[in-house]
Design a binder for this molecule. Structure first.
Ligand code: DSN
Length: 487
């Protein structure tokens, strides 16, 4: 894709969007001017910084405007056509549309559009797997007893049959998510957990090692998917591994759903035909509103459908409407071009780092993100993240495998291409981004705090922030965010 051809930002209806936002801000201003001011400032800040957070994007004005309506005022617990509240006929329409677009886009038998976030989607999935899989003979009789009549033995039975289920997911430091069984997270407490990692030499998933760990642990749930792994996953293999021990395969595709929707990940790399349950967010590479989505086979659908009120609070009807709009956008042919550009641009970004001798976890990428190991610059992830921010480059620090600095300070920086690709950045632009990132890190030195060496303090050589900011502005001006939108 060439630069200055933004895809998906709604340039064709910029005049109408400008009118809508101007009017909306005037209405907001009349009640709480500081909110209107912060809203204007947020657009200004997003327009003037290099957004490289791998989990962020820019939704179209059509998606954003859909969220600001009276659907926000409607309670709609339950599911389409089967609500605990009256007068949900219009919510039914938008929820059914969101689910239909999701089923068509991903080729899934069933889609549930209610989760408020990716974590909520994962909780619904876990609950649905437990509700579907855990056989509990005698539980009905125990459930019928008054709580005061349950003996110690009854409690023991309840605990053993309903709890103590096993889950195995990818560890946080090798790219998994908190909800994939990280012990302090609820997923690590509601399940007896164990984690798989990556090969310590290559940083890639070692499927034989995963299979051996699964054979030994025999989890009820095997979780695949990631937040910070810069490579593709073979979901056919993960399903084989799950099948060997009768585990349910759950795939969290929150990060790469856009690449699945855009048919960059096909065959064994498309999780939907292999997973029993697939979860995602809708706001990352999928470029929709903030929210979650669950896809499932017929077997798991009835339990997923009870996500609200069993796990979730009332669905956000205005966001479900926006999901329907975003998923309709993702079914357009232009979205496939966008998804391919996201992957091509990640390659350009990785190559830009490698040719400047920066170290990348796994030595590169074949998805939408790169994980830069900043130890060779003598920095922690926290120092690197802060110095880059000073120069107008927005990234997030991230643990690398066996991170010596732990999950707070970290030794890595995660950078993704979905957002800037939406702005129209092409391969040359991402090479320049890599150059600017390296320039900042080469000019950053760790600094001591009042009590000695610090993992947070740093100094940036004079003039670096200004120089890099100016160079970044050139790239940003050539690829404007919401071109034609004036407030
Ligand atoms: N916050 C998301 C991310 O940045 O990857 C995951 O929850």
């Amino acid at each position: 894709m060439t630069s200055s051809q933004p895809s998906g930002l709604g340039a064709e209806y910029a005049d109408k969007a400008s009118e809508a936002y101007r009017a909306a801000l005037q209405v907001i201003e009349s009640v709480e001017p500081r909110v209107a001011e912060a809203t204007r400032k947020e657009l200004e800040d997003q327009r003037s910084s290099l957004k490289l957070i791998a989990s962020e994007n820019y939704a179209s004005p059509a998606v954003l405007l859909t969220m600001g309506t009276w659907f926000s005022d409607k309670y709609a617990e339950g599911t389409v056509g089967h609500r605990f509240y009256a007068a949900c006929q219009n919510v039914d329409t938008v929820e059914a549309l969101a689910a239909e677009h999701a089923r068509e886009l991903f080729g899934a038998p069933y889609a549930y559009a209610q989760p408020h976030s990716g974590i909520d989607a994962n909780l619904v999935a876990y609950w649905a797997i437990l509700a579907t899989r855990v056989e509990a003979p005698g539980l009905a009789e125990l459930g019928a007893k008054h709580v005061n009549d349950l003996s110690e033995a009854d409690w023991e039975t309840l605990r053993n049959r309903m709890g103590n289920q096993r889950l195995m997911g990818m560890s946080l430091d090798t790219g998994g998510h908190l909800t994939h069984g990280f012990r302090p997270n609820i997923s690590g407490k509601m399940f007896h957990q164990r984690q798989y990692g990556t090969d310590p030499t290559t940083g890639f998933i070692d499927y034989d090692a995963v299979a051996a760990a699964v054979r030994e642990f025999k989890p009820l749930v095997l979780v695949a998917g990631y937040s910070a792994y810069p490579r593709r996953v073979n979901f056919a293999k993960m399903r084989e591994i799950a099948d060997e021990v009768g585990a349910t395969l759950m795939v969290d595709m929150a990060h790469f759903a856009g690449l699945v929707a855009g048919k960059v990940f096909t065959g064994d790399e498309d999780p939907v035909p292999f997973a029993h349950v697939t979860t995602t967010t809708t706001h990352k590479s999928l470029r929709g509103p903030r929210g979650g989505l669950v896809l499932a086979t017929e077997e798991y659908a009835p339990a997923v459908d009870k996500g609200c009120p069993m796990v979730l609070g009332g669905p956000l009807s205005h966001v479900m409407a926006a999901k329907a709009v975003a998923l309709a956008e993702a079914r357009q042919p232009a979205f496939r071009e966008y998804a391919q550009d996201v992957a091509d641009n990640a390659q350009a970004l990785a190559n830009g780092f490698l040719k400047r001798d920066a170290a990348l976890v796994t030595g590169g990428t074949d998805n939408h993100l790169v994980l830069l190991d900043v130890t060779s610059f003598g920095l922690t992830g926290r120092q690197a993240e802060s110095a880059l921010l000073d120069a107008g480059i927005v990234t997030n620090r991230n643990a690398i495998p066996a991170d010596p600095n732990g999950a707070w300070y970290t030794s890595g920086i995660r950078l993704g291409t979905p957002a800037l690709t939406t702005r129209g950045f092409g391969a040359d632009d991402f090479d320049r981004v890599a150059e600017l990132v390296v320039e900042v890190l080469q000019n950053t030195q760790p600094a001591a705090g009042p009590n000695g060496p610090s993992k947070a303090k740093y100094t940036l050589a004079d003039g670096t922030a200004e120089r890099v900011h100016a160079a970044a502005s050139e790239l940003l001006d050539a690829n404007p965010l919401y071109p034609g939108l004036t407030l």
